[in-house]
Design a protein around this ligand. Structure first.
Ligand SMILES: [Zn+2]
Length: 335
């Protein structure tokens, strides 16, 4: 049936064929251009939620200054610079606005760089820079404070020097096993803390066994003083609780204690660890310097996982553009 129509298309002029193609495309994918327009409106409203202000100097002396490539442009009367809704976002200066939404969909899916590059027909290094521009922007939104019962525990990742010269030890082949077993200095400790309202913090805390001071340095300021810290019986957490003056409930897992007083346990945080590890496997070792970006990414997906896929994509895109961020390719290269 469709073949008959297709054959008749040849009788149309080039212009008519193009018009037909556009009509079909709009019928089949009606929301594509609308999606960007709708998102732009949401981005603007979230970014300038307390009023229009210059993204360069913060001045509120702003006037609309015509359109450039169909985007509204603004002029700051104080610093004389212009900007648009996307200036200083991960996508400013991007030559492919039609690929933003697609890119975000793949962030939510957790696609690897080769897969993204292939799907979007962009260079793998472009895919890499977008990923870290987006993750840096998301991270600038920081973590929420944790309240009430706060479970915490650390997990370990093998140190990876991907994309950097190895200076402090001999480079080793990927397949050789670590000589030191268990928690060696080559392993990066990641501290995870989570309250019962699904607020999660995950941050890299140093190499090898993590000290109380290191735990404090990375998560201390995010845990409200009135919280009840809930951990295993490790001494580093006992000391951390003491430093901060938290009420501390310890779970002795070696003695097969799982839940104390019916409510205190570290199962949520341990389940988070195992989901995190499974998710990270696909990247086959993440450069240690980017580990916090990946941790934030996974945490983001965890917190939003109850939302529909489309909502997750929208949220991530709007949030990545919420604050002025100016990660440049140069910055990522020299990091
Ligand atoms: Zn200004």
């Amino acid at each position: 049936m469709w073949l008959d129509v297709y054959e008749n298309v040849n009788e149309l002029t080039k212009q008519e064929q193009l018009a037909l193609f556009k009509a079909l495309k709009n019928d089949l994918f009606p929301d594509e251009p609308d999606k960007i327009t709708k998102l732009l409106k949401q981005i603007r409203e979230s970014r300038f939620s307390s009023g229009m202000a210059c993204v360069h100097c913060g001045s509120t002396a702003i006037k609309r200054n015509g359109k450039y490539k169909s985007r509204q442009r603004y002029l700051c009367k104080d610093c004389n610079k212009t900007f648009n809704d996307m200036t200083n976002t991960p996508f400013s200066g991007s030559r492919y606005p039609e690929k933003w939404v697609k890119y975000m969909e793949m962030m939510v899916e957790g696609y690897t760089l080769p897969k993204i590059a292939k799907r979007l027909k962009i260079h793998i290094s472009t895919a890499f820079y977008w990923r870290h521009k987006i993750l840096n922007a998301l991270r600038s939104l920081d973590f929420e404070q944790l309240f009430g019962i706060v479970e915490s525990d650390e997990t370990f990742f093998r140190e990876s020097m991907k994309g950097r010269k190895v200076t402090h030890r001999k480079a080793k082949k990927r397949s050789t096993k670590d000589k030191k077993r268990g928690i060696s200095d080559l392993k990066i400790a990641v501290v995870v803390a989570q309250d019962r309202n699904h607020n999660i913090i995950a941050l890299k805390a140093g190499t090898g066994r993590v000290r109380a001071e290191e735990i404090d340095a990375v998560i201390g300021r995010y845990i409200h003083p009135t919280s009840v810290l809930c951990t295993d019986t490790a001494t580093n957490y006992k000391k951390f609780a003491k430093i901060k003056g938290y009420h501390h409930e310890t779970i002795n897992e070696r003695q097969k204690q799982r839940v104390k007083k019916g409510i205190y346990h570290v199962q949520n945080v341990n389940n988070f660890h195992s989901r995190l590890k499974t998710w990270m496997d696909r990247f086959q070792g993440v450069a240690t310097k980017y580990l916090d970006n990946y941790l934030y990414w996974f945490r983001w997906l965890e917190i939003d996982k109850h939302l529909s896929f489309e909502k997750q994509v929208e949220q991530m895109l709007i949030s990545a553009c919420q604050k002025s961020n100016n990660t440049t390719v140069q910055m990522l290269r020299s990091a």
